[in-house]
Design a protein around this ligand. Structure first.
Ligand SMILES: Cc1cc2nc3c(=O)[nH]c(=O)nc-3n(C[C@H](O)[C@H](O)[C@H](O)COP(=O)(O)O)c2cc1C
Length: 263
């Protein structure tokens, strides 16, 4: 998987020292790679001469670090984390494709266990109207199916169905968002981390996201919805809504005191 350009390699051993699995060694004063590789790319990232590559992967997207390293100041990062809000009211304004692509990049570059990189991302924007219609059509059946196992959620969904029947314009599941996003992964944790980075990226773009546990449950329970979306193999871990916020927050929201054990 890993290729060393022996012309460029100066045999400094930085890649050897940083390799998680001990897959690299020095051979005649140059780095050489074996077969035990998870493709984490640390060897590519650490080489001072740019001598290492993973040709099968997206090398064109590899970027050089700035001299100062990580470019976000700690206070700015915490500010961003605190000021991010779940958005339940969206403007009628389309999300630009380049913003959407950067949000997906944030998901793609999120760490995954064993560097699996096995999240699949779903984006529904052009066909959102059809998707919403189908979700509403499926919801009564999902509600009935949940009555035994999750009665509280079934009762909530029954309220949504009733409200939607009375006023089909009432968007209590999608809140007028412009985009539906979902992440599927065998490891729920991988998908959750990706979704978190996507949400923070969305906030940086002036957009807002809502993690929708409700939609995750509804889609997960409906073969018709999974089929329409193209979910197969990996379970759907997280559904989200995305769009321009139609609400303006004036301050951060309070939290419980942190539950931390110090030693
Ligand atoms: C996994 C997860 C699922 C959620 N599901 C829903 C949902 O179905 N509907 C909803 O309105 N909010 C949902 N939320 C949003 C939470 O209610 C929200 O994060 C919490 O109230 C704190 O608000 P904040 O995100 O603005 O800080 C979900 C959040 C998470 C993390």
């Amino acid at each position: 998987m890993v290729t060393i350009d022996r012309e460029l390699c100066v045999g400094c051993g930085a890649c050897v020292r940083d390799c998680l699995l001990g897959n690299l060694h020095l051979e005649g004063g140059k780095a050489a790679a074996g077969e035990r590789c998870i493709g984490c790319g640390h060897c590519v990232a650490v080489c001072p001469k740019g001598a290492v590559s993973i040709p099968a992967w997206d090398m064109a997207d590899v970027e050089e670090y700035e001299a100062e390293g990580f470019s976000v100041k700690p206070e700015d990062y915490l500010h961003a984390v605190k000021f991010r809000r779940s958005i339940r009211s969206y403007e009628e304004r389309p999300v630009e494709r380049e913003k959407l692509e950067r949000i997906l990049q944030a998901g793609r570059y999120t760490p995954t266990a064993a560097n699996r990189q096995a999240c699949r991302f779903y984006v529904v924007q052009k066909e959102l109207f059809r998707w919403k219609e189908l979700v509403w059509r499926e919801l009564p059946g999902v509600t009935a199916a949940l009555r035994e196992t999750a009665p509280a959620m079934a009762a909530r969904f029954a309220e949504f169905v009733k409200a939607h029947q009375e006023d089909p314009g009432k968007d209590s599941l999608f809140f007028g968002a412009d985009v539906f996003l979902a992440v599927a992964a065998d490891e729920t944790f991988d998908a959750g981390l990706a979704a978190c980075n996507m949400e923070n990226m969305a906030a940086a773009e002036g957009l807002g996201i809502l993690y929708s546990g409700y939609l995750t449950r509804i889609v997960g329970k409906s073969p018709a919805l999974k089929e329409w979306l193209g979910v197969s193999g990996k379970p759907l871990a997280c559904c989200m809504l995305l769009g321009y916020p139609a609400v303006r927050y004036r301050r951060t929201a309070p939290r419980k005191p942190a539950d931390i054990l110090w030693r």
